[in-house]
Design a protein around this ligand. Structure first.
Ligand code: ATP
Ligand code: MG
Ligand code: FE
Length: 347
């Protein structure tokens, strides 16, 4: 199946054309236009600016992806678009764009859960059969999910306050390192001493797989207020902060793997781009005789290839809801509710 995917749930406008044959995905084209510059002055994504920016370029990004793939709309089997969760204005732009193309071309439309895109993203590049234990770490989510199959997702634990990506973004904002925060903090941490500042590792003593990162930000804020930080101090703080997040994720991942008798630990979402975190999780997987699978960096952050893949997998499974055109964009849409599309409870 050949599917056009559209992603507009946050601050990247993205489109991709993907072919899924015998379970193997081939990306025929892929375009990601980031709005980072538009939001940078505000130190975070401004929903209204995001929605307008998506509306300005969504059609051009889709046209560019089609052109690069060498295919026409008539060659597609379906159009898939992120239909939630995310910033609702942006989601609506992408979803309406997808529906309009589908309607005009007489092709099926597939509403895709953005988190399902992240969850399936490792399957873009390599053989990553079900089941796997997924750590989804992004700007808005931080969750352990048991992925037993397409549409079969069980949430095992979640952050009870901030997501890990949010924690990175907040530190970067406190230190005026720029936006998005994750890459900026990682860069600053390169020359820092991770043992310099003692930062909390919340919830490690508590059983279960829930996580918490808000206290980490508060602790960092206290240090920043109390001292006049030198460049080296900033590097040390970033390194210590990154180490605290990596530790928390690794301890919980270790616990999750202890209760999972599969062979694959997958990390996906924007924070999965972080080298220190990948390293920590790699060690966890090895300890459990498992393999860590992490998508290439460009597929960790938001992209449309993962949305096209989710759509293609749904299409191959014969799971396109008859009333997909009626699907309403969902600002909140937990992954464990994204079950079989044939299930009346889908979405
Ligand atoms: P969600 O998928 O939960 O809706 P989102 O789409 O905004 O949220 P992503 O685009 O998957 O999230 O990831 C963006 C987040 O990843 C940001 O918080 C960003 O700071 C973080 N991030 C990106 N690169 C890195 C990195 N190298 N180290 C740490 N964090 C990173
Ligand atoms: Mg983003
Ligand atoms: Fe995302």
């Amino acid at each position: 199946h050949t599917v056009l995917g559209i992603e507009t749930s946050c601050d990247e406008t993205a489109a991709a054309v993907l072919r899924l044959e015998d379970g193997k995905a081939t990306i025929l084209s892929e375009i990601v236009r980031s709005q980072v510059e538009a939001h940078a002055p505000y130190g975070g994504v401004v929903p209204e600016i995001a929605a307008r920016a998506h509306a300005d370029i969504a059609d051009k990004v889709v046209a560019a992806a089609l052109e690069e793939s060498g295919l026409a709309v008539t060659d597609l089997d379906a159009i898939a678009a992120t239909s939630g969760p995310g910033l609702i204005g942006g989601v609506m732009v992408g979803m309406m764009t997808g529906k309009a193309i589908a309607l005009a071309a007489g092709k099926p439309f597939i509403p895709v859960n953005h988190l399902e895109g992240h969850a399936l993203s490792p399957r873009l590049a390599e053989d990553c059969p079900f089941p796997y234990l997924l750590l989804l770490v992004s700007g808005g989510h931080c969750q352990f999910i048991l992925v037993k199959g397409l549409g079969d997702y069980t949430r095992l634990g979640t952050t009870i306050d901030d997501a890990a990506g949010e924690a990175f973004d907040k530190l970067a904002k406190l230190l005026h390192l720029g936006f998005p925060g994750g890459p900026a903090v990682e860069k600053a941490a390169e020359t820092g001493d991770p043992a310099r500042y003692k930062l909390p590792r919340p919830l490690l003593e508590r059983p279960g797989l829930d996580m918490s990162f808000a206290g980490l930000k508060t602790a960092a804020a206290r240090i920043i207020e109390a001292e006049d930080l030198s460049e080296q101090d900033v590097a040390d703080l970033c390194a210590s902060y990154q180490a605290a997040i990596a530790d928390c994720l690794a301890v919980k991942a270790d616990r999750a793997m202890a209760g999972f008798d599969g062979e694959r630990l997958v990390v996906a979402g924007g924070v999965a781009a972080n080298t220190a975190i990948r390293k920590a999780l790699d060690a966890v997987a090895a300890r459990h005789g498992a393999r860590l699978i992490a998508p290439p960096l460009r597929h960790c952050t938001d992209n449309a290839a993962m949305i096209a893949l989710a759509g293609a997998e749904r299409l191959s499974a014969g799971e396109v809801p008859a009333d997909a055109m009626m699907f309403s964009a969902r600002p909140r849409w937990p992954l464990d509710e994204a079950r079989a599309m044939s299930d009346p409870a889908y979405g």
